[in-house]
Design a protein around this ligand. Sequence first.
Ligand SMILES: *Cc1c(COP(=O)(O)O)cnc(C)c1O
Length: 407
Amino acid sequence: MPPEPRDSERNPPPAAEGLAFSTRAIHAGAHLNRTSALTPPIFQTSTFKLPSAAAGAAFTKSTAPSEFYTRWGNPTTKQFEAALASLEGSEAALAFSSGMGAISALFFTALSAGDHLLVGRSIYSGVSELANVFLPRFGVESSFADAGRIEDLDRAIRPNTKLIFVESPTNPTLDVCDLDAVAALGRRRGVLTAIDNTFATPVNQRPLSRGFDVVVHAATKFLGGHSDATAGVICGSQQLIDRAWYHLKLIGASLSPFEAWLLLRGLKTLAVRVQQQNDTTLEIARFLASRPEVERVHYPGLESHPRHALARRQMTGFGGVLSFEVRGGLAAGARLVESLRVIQLAVSLGGVESIIQHPASMTHGTLPEEEIRKAGIEPGLLRLSIGLEDVEDLRRDLAQGLDASCR
Ligand SMILES: *Cc1c(COP(=O)(O)O)cnc(C)c1O
């Protein structure tokens, strides 16, 4: 009698190529699961049994082995990386224990002493701090330019510029830059281009298809989607990812297998979550724009957004984050965040719960005031991440909050 096939051979997962995005969000990477379990096992182990001392010696010379030592790699983490590479359309991906872990590793990979880093001016505060405080200690200079004005970005390139790093839409003012133009500029000037795609998610925007070399994510946000895991990822060429892995191995910001499993679980619903968040956020943006207490709403999906036409061209949806300015500045903003009942006061974004924060006093509080203003942040600016609650409940919550705090 021929041997019984293993269950996993009897019913292999679908090959991800050729499948639509939402199908890949569920099945991509599943070929790495060699068991018959439908959901991936959590390889909750720090190390792996070796067949021989010689095999151990071979592993220490290898790149990114999946079953040697979990700081170097782990099968559950590899499955998440394969899924992300499929969703962003990259050759490879590498997971980290946070978004900042991923961004730091990218900087270590792309920059050496004597190099220059060019950053889009409106950027995550942790990235500004890396550029302003951390990198100079290692002989890397950096400067900021408005990524929305391609001539400014072009002028800011120096002979030693090795990396252009931008966000679009940006945190927290939802500025949009021309992805085709930034990628083309990098090509023309021979500079690597990287983008933080956290706010858009690959559901709404695929920068690699527009010519970017690298995409990074704070997977903590929409990719995980449930505010229960901290993680980051870099997507790019196999060559870049292999080099980044060398730094991951030494910095040690490796993603834990359990977090990787939470992220794989989150990815399965990414497409439906983000679609719903796109729809609800547009409705809430329109509602806020209609309120007299609200001075301005920043959301690329609104016709009033200065780059709305560009956003329409390069995004298929406008994402789950908006910001708005209330009349009455700092005091009114602080009162509003404390008077909401459904929407929670917290940092972070991209989860199923709607979350609000006040950047002037919170995440940007570590920057000098001049930098805050340069990043376009007004004292009454509030950042709102829309979750999956009913849109009517969110509208009512904001209405009562505005009534209570802005009169
Ligand atoms: C949260 C965030 C980061 C940092 O991610 P962590 O997981 O908190 O380290 C980077 N970029 C953007 C746009 C973010 O929102």
